[in-house]
Design a protein around this ligand. Structure first.
Ligand SMILES: [Zn+2]
Length: 339
């Protein structure tokens, strides 16, 4: 890791005299790496996204592929380190920023997701109208968004949204989201599934979560470790305004159901590698935020007053602490604050 960073710095300084566009390209090269978690379990990262893989004598199990470029990089790294192929890809959930690119492993791997994942990937009905935001971009009024009309996320993720690759985004494609590079699972499971490979085992456990219906955590009994994504982060604030989550107490119950599992080492799809204590800390953060925002609402405070008054100082060394204002806004929304 240290060597790689050093090389990156040398490369950047060597580029300092070159055209600005080259420098931008160099700065955008993703930060990637692999660290051992415990035993045969490793964590690999692509910028702020983490996945895990387990190495056995008969093959490798990979959790989220994250995206196609990363998956190709990881496949190359694994091929250079081990003489067994990837035999299993096990998704945490279907969201594009964790689940894209699984096709890279599909020639050798069984691809496994929760039984609700295929439905979550399905296109809604073809007559789904453009959302209001998209309709505002439809300059020629043909009911679809061409690349020349797209802006914002629709432009940045055009190919991932364009499920049939015809160069136009329909209302149904936009409603589904940027999922076109998420390889559908070849097998699904319902409550739990134990995978055995090369004498090792991995448990897939479905967790009820508003974040995503197909949420799965992976338990590695030999390593005493658990991998979870998006419902909990280790020593990092939860994401912005908690999109998709509407019930604070339900979210806390989700975290408690993870705490009830048997593990010591906690690995998140975001944030650090930690312990079960860190999972409890994350729940206590959500509870403290809920209580502080509820007290402010009962006091008649506005969202701005809450953002000015709630400091959550004891968490100031956590990652993404600058999301606190958005966290307060998300909690305010969940607790029924009225602006
Ligand atoms: Zn997600």
């Amino acid at each position: 890791m240290r060597t790689k960073n050093l090389k990156g710095m040398v490369r950047l300084s060597a580029l300092a005299g070159l055209a600005a566009s080259s420098l931008v390209l160099a700065q955008q090269a993703p930060d990637r790496g692999i660290v051992n978690v415990a035993g045969d379990l490793y964590r690999a990262h692509n910028n702020a996204h983490n996945t895990v893989f387990l190495v056995t004598s008969e093959g490798i199990l990979v959790s989220d592929p994250i995206n196609r470029d990363f998956a190709q990089w990881l496949r190359g790294e694994l091929a250079s380190m081990y003489d067994v192929p990837v035999r299993v890809v096990a998704y945490s959930h279907h969201h594009w920023d964790h689940a894209s690119g699984g096709e890279v492993f599909a020639d050798t791997a069984e691809v496994i997701g929760h039984e609700t994942m295929p439905g979550a990937l399905a296109l809604p009905s073809a007559d789904t109208p453009l959302s209001d935001d998209a309709a505002a971009l439809d300059a020629n009024g043909n009911g679809q968004i061409e690349e020349s009309e797209a802006s914002g996320n629709l432009a940045g993720q055009f190919a991932l949204i364009d499920a049939d690759g015809d160069g136009m985004l329909t209302g149904a494609e936009i409603a589904r989201g940027p999922l076109s590079d998420v390889h559908p699972p070849s097998t699904v499971y319902s409550d739990t599934r134990t995978i055995t490979l090369g004498g090792k085992s991995v448990e897939l456990i479905h967790i009820a979560s508003e974040h995503s219906p197909d949420m799965t955590v992976l338990r590695f009994p030999d390593e005493d470790a658990l991998f979870f994504v998006d419902i909990i982060s280790v020593r990092r604030l939860p994401f912005r305004t908690f999109p998709g989550v509407v019930d604070a107490d339900g979210w806390i119950e989700t975290v408690r159901s993870v705490e009830a599992l048997d593990f010591s080492i906690a690995v998140g799809g975001h944030g650090d590698i930690g312990t079960k204590e860190d999972v409890a800390d994350h729940r206590e953060y959500i509870e403290a935020l809920r209580d502080a925002v509820a007290a402010g609402i009962a006091d008649g405070q506005s969202i701005e007053e809450l953002q000015a008054g709630i400091t959550m100082d004891e968490y100031s060394d956590w990652g993404s602490f600058n999301w606190l204002g958005e966290n307060i806004a998300g909690m305010y929304r969940m607790l029924g604050g009225d602006n």
